[in-house]
Design a protein around this ligand. Structure first.
Ligand code: NAI
Length: 462
């Protein structure tokens, strides 16, 4: 029986980062993972493979839409789906093997198999029981289906199945206009699939800035995605590899049906905490299996910590990574900290969407005095040069102090641009601080500066 200072259960972005940080801090560390490869959902069947498909299909779209205008003549590329899948898999493989390398470099033992906690201080993997002074549960989340709808990963798929369909479907229905639905819907729409998104609410991407929601939906419609809003999906029947989906419209309770080759269920994810023995140990969890922790990621059972998608908060890889690092630091006797007010969210559609901090709607609800600085990418020379002038940067600042409170960007490189604002918020900067910072020309980041200028005396280019 091996003895460890820390055993992390789960090797996703939360778990592997926690393990690396714990090892860097001198703790004898192991990480339990039952998949064939490290990296969890994100690297194997989530963020990374979806980015490969989004990139490949974006290139296809660029070739079809803009190459001729730029003087790049010739036949538009055709799609070899098998080769695209191989490219996706090689991207995954290089990332998962990279984590394996980092484990070796940091002398972290990979305990292969599915772990459980028979008692505090012990982790069982297969027939072996290992001792650990501290256990970090980082078991992530799994797709949540709808009542009565079975995901077979063939005709009715989760994001996992959607990444590896045997062929490009003719007709796909996406249930849920959240992050997964819009990213995967974009991939298939660009490949020529007829994509219909069915959403329960009257708007897409719940919780996001309303102007961003409207702009993104308009731009996705232009790209060929069809939307049925305010619709509750009732059932999906499958026969001979086809699906029949029924839904009711909330406005008049009318019932409708729709056929599809593939139905993607993208209605959220649930904490993955079954089978760990947590309930028997008395670890406090919500009715939905979400582990409750204090602000140092301690559960109510001494020596057991939890991070990432299996605790409350946004289900985002980078939130899990931050918690993983901070939790390892707490275990090592340091002061791990996560600033939950500055966690960016990105949707990798085209254009990208990125958001951090509060929304205007939240500020209104709270009755706070605020300023809005908005700048359209139409006024950004670089964006115009590369057919990316759709969208805007919207910066929110406190009316009195000018302190940056949040930002919502839809446009080119939004997922990278947002980090300037994250850093500004971490440092308690004002909009004027951003406005007074020299931004290289011509870059998309000038739109961020212009939005900051719009919080003061006004932008130059609009
Ligand atoms: P989501 O919570 O983002 O969106 C689910 C959508 O489904 C919502 O709009 C909801 O109103 C709708 N919905 C729920 N029940 C419905 C019904 N019966 N009929 C029609 N619509 C219904 O969930 P999603 O997209 O599945 O993503 C799961 C998690 O994974 C999220 O927390 C997301 O943040 C994370 N994720 C993040 C990514 C990123 O950061 N780029 C990429 C993929 C996932």
């Amino acid at each position: 029986m091996a003895q460890y200072d820390v055993i992390v259960i789960g090797s996703g972005p939360g778990g592997y980062v926690a393990a690396i940080r714990a090892a860097q801090l001198g703790l004898k560390t192991a990480c339990v993972e039952g998949r064939e490869t490290l990296g969890g959902t994100c690297l194997n069947v989530g963020c990374i493979p979806s980015k490969a498909l989004l990139h490949a299909t974006h290139m296809l779209h660029e070739a079809e839409a803009n190459f001729a205008t730029m003087g790049l003549k010739g036949k538009a590329p055709s799609v070899d789906w098998k080769a695209m899948q191989e490219y996706k898999q090689s991207t995954v493989d290089s990332n998962t093997s990279g984590i394996e390398f980092l484990f070796k470099k940091n002398k972290i033992d990979w305990l292969k198999g599915w772990g459980s906690i028979p008692e505090a201080g012990k982790v069982k993997v297969g027939d072996d029981v290992h001792e650990a002074k501290n256990i970090i549960v980082a078991t992530g989340s799994s797709p949540a289906s709808l009542p009565g709808i079975e995901i077979d990963e063939k005709t009715v798929v989760s994001s996992t199945g959607a990444l590896s369909l045997p062929k490009v479907p003719k007709k796909m229905v996406v249930v849920g206009a959240g992050v997964i639905g819009l990213e995967m819907g974009s991939v298939y729409a660009r490949l020529g699939t007829e994509v219909t998104v069915i959403e329960y609410l009257d708007h897409i991407t719940p919780g996001m800035d309303k102007e961003v929601q409207r702009t993104l939906q308009r731009l996705l419609k232009k790209q060929g995605l069809d939307f049925i809003m305010g619709a509750a999906v009732q059932s999906v029947d499958t026969a001979r590899g086809k699906a029949k989906l029924s839904y009711t419209l909330r406005k008049d309770d009318s019932s409708h049906e729709m056929d599809a080759d593939v139905v993607l269920i993208a209605t959220g994810r649930k904490a993955h905490t079954d089978g760990l023995g947590l309930a028997d140990l008395g670890v406090k969890m919500s009715d939905r299996g979400v582990i409750q922790t204090d602000d140092q990621w301690r559960t109510n059972v001494p020596g057991i910590y939890a991070i990432g998608d299996c605790i409350p908060g946004p289900m985002l890889a980078h939130k899990a990574e931050d918690e993983g690092m901070a939790c390892a630091e707490v275990i090592a006797g340091k002061h791990g900290h996560v600033n939950y007010g500055v966690i960016p969210g990105v949707i990798y559609t085209h254009p990208e969407v990125a958001t951090v901090g509060v929304t205007e709607e939240q500020l209104k609800d709270e009755g706070r005095a605020y300023k809005v600085g908005k700048f359209s990418f139409m006024g950004n020379a670089r964006a115009k040069a590369v057919f990316a002038a759709d969208g805007f940067v919207k910066l929110l600042a406190d009316k009195e102090t000018d302190r940056v409170l949040g930002a919502h960007i839809i446009g080119p490189g939004a997922g990278d641009l947002i980090h300037e604002i994250c850093v500004a918020m971490e440092f308690g900067a004002s909009a004027e601080d951003i406005a007074l910072t020299c931004h290289a020309h011509p870059t998309w980041s000038e739109a961020v500066r212009e939005a900051a200028l719009a919080c003061g005396d006004g932008p130059i280019h609009s």
